[in-house]
Design a protein around this ligand. Structure first.
Ligand code: NDP
Length: 447
């Protein structure tokens, strides 16, 4: 029925309208491919142009962020907030501070966020933001001045019932604290406008751990489907930031042996298993580089270049650094080394070629939208607690996180089977997420 043509036409339109945004096109392409059978079954989706509407952000804001560095020099960065879709709730999604940030990167992340948030079953829409500011090597005071200037513009676009940002690469507890302080000063309100706040002023227990823990909970279901578990599995995890650290913590607690971590300069290999206390000290306290691990553990190796991490033989690989960090060649090496499961902690870390290699080889593959949704799900729990002016104990939030991850796995698995792609969690996640958003948009009319 020419469904291929339908997807191709929309993709061509998106490409023409959004030049020089390859990551955004990559994300749209994957979703369009997956939902072809849905379009066939549900003619009202094409008729009411749901797909054409869903690829167009509801609103995008770009702004100047001027600030002064410690040397007294004026610096100018660019700020972004893309409010992608509010069919299911207030826009929700992180802020990324990294020199590679541009509009296309924020749009790819915002687009993915829409479907991810839908999968969590919590009432949140999708958005994303950030800046090309590089927090690396900046003093606390420089970071504070930058965050204050960033919020001087952002505050007028966000709110606890409008748009609720959180952290992402380069934005952790310190940055959220400075952003929250400035929002409070500008609006004279203390509310749940940001998530990932400190526990002492409205943050939720488990939010810090949530993406990494959730990733491991999701992967547990993938392993179960293969009739196995984490015990004695050799695991490679890329990155060494928030997501990676708490993925290590949970995987180790379930009996896995995590042997490698990385940052953008290189990777460490510790055949005895990564000592997480050392990593937490270096990364969370000293804001240092992963190679410093070797000073404490001389039996471990450090290798320059982060790509080499995928050559380490492992049973399970969890890419937790950044987009397109694992390509087709890396995937082939992992398959040759008998890797049985890959789950994405980062957003879109596997290139389309890599995903194809994994699926063709029968490797269990957990796509980011589903596998890393634990962070935003727990942010939604933080919003609930803020609205109630209550805070739940660690065990309660952790239990809810686990239930949400189990629910996401089930939805993806069932949607894949219902649409003739049993076991393909990429198709399952895209269809299940898309349907939830599409149905809400259909119900709400042309807005
Ligand atoms: P952090 O800033 O805490 O850590 C990022 C890690 O990835 C660092 O080790 C960093 O190394 C590495 N990294 C970043 N960019 C690159 C690059 N271009 N090449 C190689 N390594 C790189 O971020 P998070 O842990 O929060 O985020 C990691 C990933 O997880 C991102 O894709 C993010 O979108 C995704 N994610 C995060 C969630 C969260 O709750 N925080 C939720 C869902 C997804 P270096 O220090 O050298 O830059």
């Amino acid at each position: 029925m020419g469904m291929k043509k339908f997807a191709e036409e929309i993709l061509a339109m998106v490409a023409a309208r959004n030049p020089a945004e390859p990551e955004f096109l990559q994300a749209v392409h994957e979703v369009l491919e997956s939902i072809e059978p849905v379009i066939e079954k549900r003619p009202e989706i094409a008729k009411l142009k749901i797909v054409e509407r869903i690829v167009e952000p509801e609103r995008q804001v770009m702004f100047r962020v001027p600030w002064v560095n410690d040397a007294g020099e004026v610096q100018v960065n660019r700020g972004f907030r893309v409010q992608f879709n509010s069919a299911l709730g207030p826009y929700k999604g992180g802020l990324r501070f990294h020199p590679s940030v541009n509009l296309g990167i924020i749009k790819f992340l915002g687009f993915e966020q829409v479907f991810k948030n839908a999968l969590t079953g919590t009432p949140i829409g999708g958005g994303k933001g950030g800046s090309d500011f590089d927090p690396k090597g900046k003093s606390d005071m420089e970071v504070m001045r930058f965050c204050q200037s960033f919020m001087n513009e952002l505050f007028r676009h966000i709110g606890p019932d409008t748009d609720v940002p959180a952290g992402d690469i380069g934005v952790g507890a310190r940055e959220i604290g400075f952003l929250f302080g400035q929002y409070k000063k500008l609006t004279n309100t203390f509310n749940g406008v940001l998530t990932g706040k400190g526990i002492g002023y409205g943050g939720s227990l488990v939010r810090k751990e949530a993406t990494g823990y959730g990733l491991v909970y999701f992967t547990t279901r993938m392993l179960e489907a293969r009739k196995t578990d984490w015990k004695n599995k050799t695991v490679v995890i890329s990155g060494s930031g928030n997501v990676a650290i708490y993925a290590v913590e949970k995987a180790q607690s379930l009996g896995a042996k995590v042997v490698a971590l990385s940052d953008s300069n290189g990777y460490i290999y510790d055949p005895d298993g990564i000592k997480l206390d050392t990593v937490k000290r270096i990364k969370e306290v000293e804001r240092g580089r992963i190679k410093e691990y070797i000073a404490d553990h001389p039996k471990a190796e450090y290798h320059e270049g982060c790509k080499g991490i995928w050559t380490i033989p492992c049973d399970v690989a969890l890419p937790c650094a950044t987009q397109n960090e694992l390509d087709g060649k890396d995937a082939e090496i992992l398959v040759r080394n008998k890797c049985i499961a890959v789950a994405e902690g980062a957003n879109m870390p596997s290139t389309p070629e890599a995903v194809k290699v994994f699926l063709d080889a029968g490797v269990s593959f957990g796509p980011a939208k589903a596998a890393n949704a634990g962070g935003v799900a727990t942010s939604a729990l933080e919003m609930s607690q803020n609205s109630m002016r209550m805070s739940w104990p660690f065990e309660e939030v952790d239990m809810r996180l686990r239930q949400i991850m189990d629910g996401i796995y089930k939805q993806c698995d069932q949607a894949a089977e219902a649409y003739g792609a049993k076991g393909n969690l990429v198709i399952g996640a895209n269809i299940a997420g898309f349907l939830r958003v599409a149905d809400a948009m259909l119900a709400q009319g042309l807005v």
